[in-house]
Design a protein. Structure first.
Length: 127
């Protein structure tokens, strides 16, 4: 097994005992991203749309560090503390992805790290 840790300062640093992403052969497993601003490690100011954009920007930075793009994601998991925001996730996601879209799950959760309202993790296959 060929394993490599992916890390970039363009996405929030890990706030626990995990890596931003791990590459195994041509598959990359991205850890969950919340709407943290990489430079401050604080939650982004703004409404839910702003938070969702920040999460996608963070995921994009990790994808690029792995030599890929968001469209190389084959599985996306979305965690929301309020599933009423799911239509907004779809709306924002459409500005980051083009068809064919990744497989996806949306899960309602009671709480997320640092009081975030949204978190996403993903699996991508390198082009």
């Amino acid at each position: 097994m060929n394993r490599k840790i992916i890390q970039t300062d363009k996405a929030p640093q890990a706030i626990g005992t995990y890596s931003q992403a791990v590459r195994v052969d041509n598959t990359v497993y991205l850890s969950g991203q919340i709407p943290l601003v990489p430079e401050t490690m604080e939650l982004v100011d703004g409404d839910m749309s702003t938070q969702i954009h920040r999460v996608f920007d963070n995921l994009q930075a990790v994808c690029q560090a792995a030599g890929a793009e968001l469209n190389d994601i084959v599985k996306l998991n979305v965690f929301l503390i309020d599933l009423n925001h799911f239509p907004l996730v779809n709306e924002v996601m459409a500005s980051y992805f083009s068809e064919p879209y990744p497989a996806r799950a949306a899960v309602g959760v009671a709480a997320l790290p640092k009081g975030a309202e949204v978190e996403m993790d993903a699996v991508l296959v390198l082009p």
